[in-house]
Write a protein that binds this ligand. Structure first.
Ligand code: SF4
Ligand SMILES: [Zn+2]
Length: 340
């Protein structure tokens, strides 16, 4: 039996779980429209889960269950009980696609939009989806919302890396078409990029994320860097257990954020350093991880690059990271001065 099967059973047996979201929490986020940090309520709705389920690093569908549309509305009511008094951003994640009819039906989407509209203080609604589910109708379902942002997990602008190493199952063109449609309907796009997919060296991964950011910037109001972490029961975990994969250095995240923001100061750059400082998550040497993680979190809500200045967060392990980039071609292929 696949390890996931056990978990799915557990969820199915516990009927009450279907009425509560996977998780919800309050935090701060940068509100681009007013250029200031505001509270943010993140809700992970439990749905039937992602239809694709084939991405190498993803174990999110592990949270899926046999829920009904009614259950989803109950989950929503449940999570809104935690909403703050003041203005806030509401983020709905489904461990899949909010615009997939199989996960959230059109009627449910419209009801959610109504609920959000009635609820004072919600300045912005963010939902996630794969690009193939973006359509005029579905964006229109949510048109009542004051500000809608559609988040798409492109991971990289490079089709070869996305299809062969991440197994994402859609192209850059699919992403572009969906993003253009979202923008056309007056909503904004948040693009997720993955720092360090499997089979890329640290330097190549860093170059890829910076190049990708440049290519997605025309369609995105926010670029969110996902620092790859090793989730349970994934193909990435199999590689990691065999020592064929190391999550990115936090120094790479710092470098990527700086470079992306310097190239386009209008784009909001975010990075939630999930699992930072753990073996399965993005990490440095163990001694400096906490302060680098905190600096990244501070950057998220201020968008001020000075919080990432090396003088304030430096550590001797940065030399090791630096050498890794410097000798990349020598270690992993490319130019080698000693060979013909
Ligand atoms: S990363 Fe997204 S699209 Fe890929 S399997 Fe996971 S939930 Fe589905
Ligand atoms: Zn260190």
């Amino acid at each position: 039996m696949h390890p996931y099967a056990k978990h799915s059973e557990k969820y199915k047996k516990n009927k009450n779980k279907n009425k509560t979201p996977v998780a919800s929490w309050l935090d701060y986020d940068f509100f681009a429209e007013e250029q200031k940090p505001i509270k943010c309520l993140t809700v992970i709705l439990r749905t039937v889960g992602c239809r694709w389920r084939k991405c190498t690093p993803c174990g999110y569908w592990h949270e899926s269950a046999d829920v009904t549309q009614e259950n989803i509305l109950t989950q929503l009511e449940h999570s809104l009980r935690n909403s703050p008094e003041e203005d806030f951003i509401l983020k709905f994640f489904t461990s899949g696609s909010f615009l997939d009819e199989r996960e959230i039906s059109s009627d449910t989407r419209k009801e959610i939009a109504e609920m959000v509209k009635k609820r004072k203080g919600i300045k912005k609604l963010i939902v996630e989806t794969r690009p193939e589910f973006v359509s005029e109708d579905k964006v229109t379902d949510l048109k009542n919302v004051e500000h809608l942002e559609v988040a798409i997990g492109l991971e990289t602008a490079n089709d070869l890396i996305r299809s062969n190493y991440i197994n994402k199952g859609f192209s850059f063109d699919d992403y572009r078409t969906a993003s253009e449609l979202v923008n056309e309907y007056g909503a904004t796009v948040k693009t997720y990029l993955l720092l360090k997919p499997p089979f890329l060296s640290e330097k190549r991964a860093l170059e890829d994320v910076i190049k990708s950011a440049e290519l997605v910037a025309p369609y995105s109001s926010t670029i969110s860097l996902n620092l790859c972490n090793v989730q349970k029961y994934t193909r990435l975990e199999e590689l990691w257990k065999r020592k064929y994969y190391r999550p990115p250095w936090l120094w790479s995240a710092v470098e990527a954020i700086k470079e992306i923001k310097k190239r386009d100061e209008n784009v909001v750059v975010m990075s939630d350093p999930v699992g930072a400082g753990y073996r399965r998550g993005p990490h440095n040497c163990g001694k400096c991880d906490f302060r680098v993680k905190e600096a990244i979190k501070k950057f998220n809500v201020t968008q001020n690059l000075s919080v990432l200045e090396i003088e304030g967060i430096d550590c001797e392990c940065r030399e090791v990271w630096h050498a890794l980039l410097k000798f990349d071609a020598f270690l992993f292929g490319g130019d080698n001065l000693f060979l013909r």
